[in-house]
Design a protein around this ligand. Sequence first.
Ligand code: URA
Length: 228
Amino acid sequence: MTRLDALISQAGEFSRSDIKIMVKKGRVSVNGQTVKDYSLKVSESDNIAIDGKTIDTAKFIYIMLNKPAGYVSATEGDKNVIQLVPQEMFRKGLFPVGRLDKDTEGLLLITNDGDFAHKLMSPNKNVVKTYRAKIERPITDADIEAFAKGIVMRDGTEFKPAILRPFGENSAEVEISEGKYHQVKLMFAARENKVLYLERLAIGGLTLEPNLKRGECLRMTAEMLDRI
Ligand code: URA
């Protein structure tokens, strides 16, 4: 159980002092009953409303973004992905889980839950990420074998075995189980090829929602989180 003012403030929209004033003025209800005591003990399962409108008091939020090109996967700086989070999903402390390059599009998760991000990014978790790449030259059988064996770069960087599935003339799906910096681009560069366009389609069993337009966010359900 948490104090009413603390629970409302965790939703991020109001300061503790504003909340105290709203409660004293009778604008806040808990499970339909107007309350005047801001130190009342409540929980996230209670229905808390301000001026009759239920507010979302969940501490953690998990957002799926269909990242457009031109945005950096960072919390600051010009054109960053946090700026794409709509007001109703905004919380303090939001950050992208991992990183897509500025020119990469597709599935990016944003949260304020550090433990969740840490677990998902942990190198021994081996969560498979699926990408669609357009490349300069057609893929050969030797490329598929090289990806399947794992690739060692000239500077010694090692990339674990990956699955390369060519389709069309110069496109492929790539599955990697790590998330190293520029990994897909570097793996193709090691095969003397070049990525012209890259989109992330899936993280584990969680795929980019087909109706989610570029630049749009959706709040993830527990069922969606389980798919990772
Ligand atoms: N690999 C890359 O090269 N870039 C990305 O954005 C993601 C994976």
